[in-house]
Design a protein around this ligand. Sequence first.
Ligand code: APR
Ligand code: PHB
Length: 389
Amino acid sequence: MRTQVAIIGGGPSGLLLSQLLHVRGINSVVVERKTKDYVLGRIRAGVLEQGLVALMEEAGCANRMHAEGFIHNGALISYGDEMFRIDFSEHTGTPVMVYGQTEVTRDLYAAREAAGGRIEFSVEDVVIHGADSDAPQVTYTVDGEARRIECDFVAGCDGFHGVSRKTIPDDVRREYEKVYPFGWLGVLSETPPVNHELIYANSARGFALCSMRNENLSRYYIQCSLDDCVEDWTDDAFWAELKRRIPKDQADKLITGPSIEKSIAPLRSFVTEPMRWGRLCLCGDAAHIVPPTGAKGLNTAASDVHYLYNALRDFYENGSEVGIDGYSATALARVWKAERFSWWFSSVMHRYPGQSDFDLKMQIAELEFLRSNKAAQTAMAENYVGLPY
Ligand code: APR
Ligand code: PHB
């Protein structure tokens, strides 16, 4: 088959790019390794920057988000029993949208299906051919049947474990990585959130986060050892540990309940350079990973999509390759700032093995400075709500 843009990966990056291109009359085909139900079964973060909100609006997929999402003008940061608020709107004039990534993905699937978009599920053996030519191809199989897509561009939106990044030759590609010495144990529960805003907690026992999906669906995390298994944690043990890590007044009002999802995620910072090789452009987790502390995973995927979408528009509407040629440098400039914020916030909020008493004093000093300094709060808020595209 022939299309203009072959998109590998039917997660948020691939679907958002496909829908935006469709709105501009640019054809694409999405090939996804899993089934739609599997993709929608993934539990991911839920804080959207205004840039992503605007892209969803441009893609014509924002109605349910605006109806069911929650505008948050700030978030809380605690250390021990101390707690203070960062007012994003006061410092930046911008709030964030709390709306599950699963719902973003669901809305994008619905839009692609309504538009008759071509999405191939359960594909196998995806191979990108001729990425360094002006006539790349993507081959794959579905139920053992071999298929081929001839295209102008390939968008590698296939996540950290996909094939796109590795299509860029080893002698061209450079990777940067930091693996964190802990994980996050996450629980989803059909209980009212403990607070109407998120609470990021630094405690002597480790990090904790209180988040939500709606008035009766809460998302909580506690930092855990990489040696932990989900089976090690009963619901009661999780709730007891969470209560130890958040301020007492919050713990006293925490409503617990059975977990409907419980999982452990490792934390990593990772960046691939370049994000473009010939007619192959990487987007989202295929090119970079952040620790979830700053909620930058989906939001940085969105800025990649914004840059690539506009570069492709420029190519097809104006015959210009300026955007494509500048894609990698432009995307990476913002990616590295998101990596820095996510690394910094993780360094301030978690307990690291081998931290000295001085190191712990530096964490508290950082939080006290953030609590008391307007410029520090503005810088934090600007990063959290999303730096400009
Ligand atoms: N062929 C086809 N599809 C593939 C392949 C492959 N070889 N390998 C992976 N995929 C699919 C995965 O099944 C997944 O659905 O690509 C998709 C990639 O989606 P994500 O991993 O969600 O990455 P992305 O779309 O960039 O979204 C980034 O999702 O993982 C979170 O924290 C991350 O919030 C961030 C966001
Ligand atoms: C979530 O709601 O899952 C979430 C929110 C904020 C984060 C990470 C995860 O920083």
